[in-house]
Design a protein around this ligand. Structure first.
Ligand code: NAG
Ligand code: NAG
Ligand code: NAG
Ligand code: NAG
Ligand code: NAG
Ligand code: NAG
Length: 460
């Protein structure tokens, strides 16, 4: 917890010249590389919204930049495979979440697997689409979903996720071939109802990341090429902890697309971050990773019971978090990172690079006369890194001189995901001398949760 403070109290005079432990070359920020207007792409949430649309104060949802939802009534009722009424219960929950997302100007991913009933609670009386070669129920299901979307006028900003994590047995538990047959069938039925200018389609939505060893992803890619059923968004999940990163996944995607002569399209990581990463350090890390690839990001949701449909995917809490209908919502420490990211980091983005070890990333913007750098070390990593601020003259600053850098600390409370935190802590301004158009500063990560941002005034 003394990380940035010790830097501020001990190191400032030497920051530009001090020899740091060689643990890590950290991110480099290139202020000469304008990468466009921020759209706070990483502010989506999986579930997290109560069916009562008035329950969470609107300002608390806007405050973290809420702009993408993904839901379909999981764990409510039973879903299509048990009959019409259990399906309607799920659809009603999905519709409410859609309406609330749209009220905040967001887009919404509707998941067919949950409407069907495959949310891992399914039992033996819940048959899968195409079991024993019988597609009649699936075809009727698609007709029902399309009829309801039309009836409730849900076409705008709607994305349909054809199936969640078929490569993860509890959500599918059948062969690749049966999944692909469902894909082709579903895709063509939905496309006949909606062209991609209205409702979009997304997939393959695998738990595993794209690479040539992932049979689900590679089989899917060659199938959609042959079957001509390419979705509008490519989707996979980043919930594998340390074993994956956006750069390796994205490179894997590009290689698979190339091999199959498929076009590049919008990427939507519609579940990202494991629970231990849903803290200021991990969120800042993921924001940086996603923004670099212009990928939409939807936070995974690790809560169960009614908390799944509440608490904004662990950005909010309340005095009685297990009482679904109770109120008194407040933000947690992680929320404050998203607030800063979406409300304060305005202007334009600039290019950054990830640390050499891949565990420390940064997201930076320039606007409103300030440059802002939000940094995040991927939990559970700790250590010391050097952050390099390059091309300072692109900000109208001199090639050498003194730069006053302000530090914001983003902590969590005692109960990491449930304690109230109302804002970052201002650790003050420190002057650093620099030359050669560049300033290198040490960054100390001593715990698994806290993160920091730096701000300084630009010269124009
Ligand atoms: C400065 O920015 C330009 C344009 O993005 C880039 O070509 C150059 O490599 C940058 N210099 C440094 C030291 O990052
Ligand atoms: C399966 O679950 C459904 C819905 O909850 C229930 O109605 C049905 O009795 C269950 N069937 C079996 C075999 O457990
Ligand atoms: C999709 O699959 C993942 C991995 O099993 C799971 O954690 C997640 O809850 C699923 N999403 C939904 C919305 O069911
Ligand atoms: C794609 O697959 C679906 C489902 O099997 C089939 O109905 C459709 O004709 C296929 N289209 C092409 C172009 O192969
Ligand atoms: C972020 O912006 C808001 C609104 O302008 C402002 O009230 C708040 O103090 C800013 N927070 C930080 C950390 O700069
Ligand atoms: C600018 O940033 C983008 C996005 O991170 C990166 O792809 C590109 O290589 C960068 N260009 C330079 C000159 O640094």
């Amino acid at each position: 917890m003394y990380s940035a403070l010790s830097l501020l109290t001990l190191a400032p005079a030497f920051a530009a010249t001090i020899l740091l432990p060689r643990e890590g070359a950290g991110p480099t920020i290139n202020f000469g590389n304008n990468t466009g207007t921020p759209k706070h792409l990483a502010s989506g949430i999986l579930y997290g919204l109560p069916d009562n649309q008035q329950q969470i104060p609107s300002a608390l949802l806007d405050g973290f930049g809420f702009n993408y939802g993904r839901a379909a009534g999981a764990q409510v009722g039973g879903g299509w495979c048990y009959g019409q009424a259990p399906y309607e219960q799920r659809f009603a929950s999905a519709l409410s979440n859609y309406q609330l997302t749209r009220a905040h100007g967001g887009s919404f991913v509707l998941m067919l697997h949950d409407l069907w009933g495959f949310d891992t609670t399914q039992n033996s009386s819940c048959a899968g689409p195409g079991d024993n070669g019988d597609w009649a129920s699936y075809d009727k299901f698609l007709n029902a979903v399309i009829a309801d979307i039309n009836k409730y006028k849900m076409q705008s900003n709607l994305i349909i996720d054809i199936w969640n994590e078929s490569d993860n047995a509890p959500f599918w538990g059948r062969s690749i071939d049966q999944w692909l047959a469902m894909w082709g069938r579903g895709y063509y039925r939905l496309r006949a109802a909606y062209n991609s200018g209205t409702v979009q389609l997304s997939g393959p939505t695998t738990a595993g990341q794209p690479n040539f060893n992932n049979d689900w992803f590679t089989s899917w890619a060659s199938y959609v090429k042959k079957n001509n059923s390419i979705p509008d968004q490519y989707v996979w999940h980043e919930e594998s902890g340390d074993s994956s990163s956006m750069s390796s996944s994205y490179d894997g995607l590009v290689a698979i697309l190339k091999q199959n002569k498929l076009p590049l399209k919008t990427v939507n990581i519609n579940e990202y971050a494991v629970f231990d990463e849903q803290v200021p350090a991990g969120s800042a890390f993921w924001i940086s990773q996603l923004e670099r690839y212009n990928a939409i990001g939807i936070r995974g949701n690790w809560l169960g019971g009614t908390q799944l449909h509440d608490l904004a995917a662990s950005l909010l809490s309340k005095p009685n978090p297990n009482e679904y209908a109770s109120t008194g919502y407040f933000p947690n420490g992680d929320y404050q990172v998203y607030r800063y990211y979406s409300q304060n980091m305005t202007g334009n983005r600039v290019g950054t690079s990830v640390s050499v070890d891949g565990k420390f990333d940064a997201y930076a913007t320039v606007g409103g006369r300030f440059a802002k750098v939000l940094m995040g070390v991927r939990p559970p990593t700790t250590g010391t890194y050097t952050v390099t601020l390059n091309n300072l003259t692109a900000l109208g600053l001199a090639a050498s001189g003194n730069l006053n850098v302000q530090t914001w600390k983003f902590p969590v409370g005692n109960d990491v995901h449930y304690s109230e935190v109302d804002g970052p802590t201002d650790l003050g301004n420190i002057g650093h001398s620099y030359s050669g158009n560049t300033l290198s500063l040490p960054y100390f990560q001593t715990d698994r949760t806290t993160t920091y941002a730096w701000e300084f005034a630009v010269g124009k």
